[in-house]
Design a binder for this molecule. Structure first.
Ligand SMILES: [Fe+2]
Ligand SMILES: [Fe+2]
Length: 205
């Protein structure tokens, strides 16, 4: 193993196996950092936790975005919980159970966003003041079951749009946040589908 210093990438190091060196003498891409340098950098800023110098997104902005994701999820927890309790009528049992399940899953999303904010060195904002304005989804009150389902479908579709956009934004800049959002998005798509099915079932009753 030859460790060769290059002028590219701000004095980065390239580790090259002998095979690679023979096959490719001209391009000296710094594809791996020197292990010792990596270790030294990791030790130098321990207070920053998961945020290392190679973190490519703007940490402050990431935290800000995640605060809005957190608020969105809190609003979803509140809306589904209220709906699960308030839905009435003989035909509402199936919908109540669905709302209940979604409330639990939204709470899981809420936790994930809050944990990620914490990992990045921020403080998750659970302050009820201004919650609705930080959230992408809305808290809507309605008494009719069909209206509840419709409002949830709207909220889920907004969440899906919002998360798709964020996933594109994070791309390779912050793969951890992106993968987390991809997981949440898949779940929101299921939610939207559940609400669509429920709406079809209840609209025709
Ligand atoms: Fe969610
Ligand atoms: Fe959802």
């Amino acid at each position: 193993m030859v460790i060769k210093k290059t002028d590219e990438g701000g004095g980065g190091y390239t580790r090259r196996g002998s095979k690679l060196q023979n096959a490719d003498m001209t391009t000296e891409q710094p594809f791996l950092s020197d292990v010792q340098q990596l270790r030294a950098r990791a030790r130098a800023s321990l207070a920053q936790g998961a945020v290392t110098p190679a973190y490519q997104a703007d940490v402050k902005q990431t935290i800000e975005i995640l605060q809005s994701v957190l608020a969105t999820e809190i609003v979803c927890v509140l809306r589904y919980t209220m709906n699960a309790i308030a839905a009435t009528g003989l035909s509402s049992q199936g919908a109540k159970e669905e709302f209940e399940e979604h409330a639990r899953e939204e709470q899981e999303h809420m936790r994930q966003a809050a944990e990620r904010i914490n990992q990045l060195g921020g403080t998750p904002n659970f302050n009820p003041e201004g919650l609705a304005t930080r959230a992408a989804s809305q808290y809507t009150e309605t008494e009719s079951l069909v209206e509840m389902i419709r409002e949830n479908l709207v909220a889920e579709r907004i969440a899906c749009e919002h998360y798709r956009e964020l996933i594109r934004y994070f791309g390779d800049k912050d793969p951890t946040t992106r993968v987390m959002l991809e997981g949440i998005l898949a779940n929101e798509e299921e939610h939207a589908n559940d609400m669509k099915d429920l709406l079809t079932a209840h609209e025709t009753r």
